[in-house]
Design a protein around this ligand. Structure first.
Ligand code: FHN
Length: 600
């Protein structure tokens, strides 16, 4: 509603009160705080939290594992097209990418009329998919609020024909269905309000202004509004800290105290770590320390684009969920509804398919922790540790043709093993390399059949090294590599149904495999690689080094087998093979595998 005159004054007084309360709370922490946040600052509201308190605060989120991200706003009206031109990249950035003037962009709001919006159906869909929480864009970078903000008229109530708060019914539906609710809030970038940050600068005079003033007059009161108004709010999801100095972050951070116990992410800026790390559109190869959440799109956009049909398969989405759980993270999977309020059918279809699998197998996801084994090539493992042992959930993506599934290095006795979907008991056999589960001929689920193995006593798994095959060859796959990169930037991604080491842009990043050789000698080294540009790297095996000048394959997904040269392995035993970029001559390469074959 328009808050002119009296209304504005009343709001101003309320806001001042909220702000003073926040400030008082900050000062209280400052006086008593001995423990400090990683950022070393008392404005971090959980500075004095003990480990037990933190565990209790994070408990629901750690149990949940799977959430729905919703990017919804005025950008769903142009839906990727401006002046009859398809605008590249993600849909919610259309205003920025096409440099649409503020007044012109704001006119789209007149067509934002989500009459088909059914908050209850959205929450039921999330629940059916097995998602335990929802995070929705209360305000994205275009500055448009999906709630009835008293701070601005650039919101759904004042600027659209729909005229009703969109978040209220969602909050009510979440409460009804026991789904946790979080709000995304773009605290720094705001392309419509004066002074908000604009990545790469403003493109319209109407945007220019003082960012501190923007933080004080728009971001702070709006954050206070959402925290005060939506009492069940469980997550505050900051995004893109463009120009967010420590001083600016310090203005926003104390507000978090208005909703005690709320979880925040690491994107506020100003050096604040928040509660979660948030890898975007990729899964860190070996997970991350602490709590983390990979957010991902189902197609290639967050906000709705009418022509983006590059939908990921159910198989990929489901295996991503399992992969993330096996590395100890959460999966926040996005939907981008239309301006009429509909979630695209392709998203619904995939979420329902995931839900079907979750109905049978969700106990292998919720509340689980990371894989205890050295990397396995047939799938992933999640686990639940109990006082008297542990339950292993063995997720089989590639069903073994010989009916034998090795749990490498498992020392514990297996008390019982069965197929989760039908309870069918499995025989187990202890072998030198670990424990073998004798599995049926056919997988129960083509995408991921889950086997359960209950083991006795404290979990005891020895890291098992890959061994040379009887033929003398060794296939070193992407999934079994140890990745070394700054901020866990290197990752394992899937292209053409096969995993590769990807995001290898940093020439300091390198990878290695350690394996056992029984029959040393001379080996031919080949690798399956892809990359659009010429690139030079070294392959180091023991004391030997091959310098490889790779010809381009044409594209990042055009893989070719390349002969790299020959190396001699002198002695039987443990051997390490590393692949390292040559500084100054490196261009990103995707690597599927390195193969060593005895030379003829
Ligand atoms: O710029 C945004 C983008 O539009 C989207 O909201 C994603 C979701 O994590 N966050 C930013 C890019 O990191």
């Amino acid at each position: 509603m328009n808050r002119q005159g009296q209304g504005q004054e009343a709001w101003g007084k309320r806001w001042l009160l909220v702000w003073l309360l926040g400030l008082a709370a900050v000062m209280a922490v400052g006086a008593g705080g001995s423990a400090r946040a990683a950022a070393g600052d008392s404005t971090w509201p959980y500075a004095n939290e003990t480990k037990e308190e933190r565990d209790a605060r994070m408990a629901w989120w750690r149990e949940a594992k799977f959430g729905m991200f919703i990017h919804w706003g005025v950008y769903s009206v142009p839906a990727g097209t401006y002046n009859d031109k398809r605008i590249g990249w993600i849909g919610e950035w259309i205003m920025h990418r096409a440099k649409i003037p503020v007044a012109e962009y704001k006119a789209y709001a007149k067509e934002f009329n989500p009459v088909k919006y059914d908050a209850d159906a959205w929450v039921r869909l999330a629940k059916e998919a097995g998602m335990k929480y929802i995070v929705i864009t209360s305000k994205h970078h275009d500055g448009f609020a999906l709630f009835d903000s008293k701070v601005t008229d650039w919101d759904v109530v004042d600027a659209t024909p729909y005229g009703k708060d969109l978040l209220k019914p969602l909050a009510a539906a979440c409460k009804r269905h026991g789904v946790k609710l979080g709000f995304y809030y773009s605290q720094a970038q705001d392309w419509c309000h004066v002074g908000g940050a604009k990545q790469d600068g403003a493109w319209d005079e109407a945007q220019k202004g003082d960012m501190d003033k923007y933080i004080q007059e728009i971001a702070m009161p709006q954050v206070a509004e959402i925290l005060a108004k939506y009492e069940d709010l469980a997550v505050l999801w900051w995004d893109t800290p463009t120009n967010m100095t420590k001083e600016r972050a310090d203005m926003l951070q104390p507000l978090v105290r208005l909703r005690p116990g709320i979880i925040t992410n690491n994107r506020l800026g100003g050096g604040y770590p928040g509660d979660l790390r948030t890898p975007e559109q990729h899964i860190p190869a070996t997970g991350l320390p602490g709590d983390w959440e990979t957010c991902m799109t189902i197609n290639d956009t967050w906000g709705f684009k009418s022509y983006d049909d590059n939908w990921k398969s159910t198989e990929m989405l489901l295996q991503n969920l399992v992969d993330i759980a096996s590395k100890g993270g959460n999966y926040l999977l996005n939907v981008g509804p239309t301006s009429e309020g509909e979630i695209p059918a392709a998203s619904i279809e995939r979420l329902k398919a995931i839900g079907k699998w979750m109905k049978v197998n969700s106990e292998s996801i919720y509340g689980t922790s990371a894989n205890p084994f050295s990397k396995v090539t047939w799938g992933r493992v999640t686990k639940k540790v109990r006082a008297d042992g542990a339950r292993l959930y063995v997720h089989v993506f590639d069903w073994p043709g010989d009916g034998q599934l090795l749990l490498p290095g498992l020392k514990n006795e297996v008390a019982k093993a069965y197929v989760l979907a039908n309870g069918k008991k499995l025989r187990t056999e202890r072998v030198k390399a670990g424990v073998v589960l004798q599995v049926p001929k056919k997988a129960v689920d083509e995408i991921d059949t889950v086997l359960v193995a209950d083991v006795k006593g404290p979990l005891d798994v020895e890291k098992v090294l890959q061994r040379q095959e009887a033929s003398g060859s060794l296939t070193l796959k992407a999934v079994t590599a140890d990745l070394h990169s700054h901020h866990h930037q290197l990752t394992i991604e899937t292209k053409g149904g096969m995993e590769n080491i990807g995001y290898w842009v940093d020439e300091q990043a390198w990878v290695e495999w350690t394996f056992l050789v029984d029959n040393p000698g001379l080996f031919e080294v080949t690798a399956e690689l892809a990359g659009p540009s010429a690139s030079t790297f070294e392959v180091l095996v023991g004391d030997e080094k091959l310098t490889v000048a790779m010809e381009p394959t044409g594209a990042y997904d055009k893989f070719e087998n390349k002969a790299l040269g020959q190396v001699t392995i002198e002695q039987a035993g443990k051997v390490t093979l590393a692949v390292k970029p040559v500084a100054g001559k490196w261009q990103a390469v995707n690597l599927r595998k390195v193969v060593l074959e005895p030379a003829k």
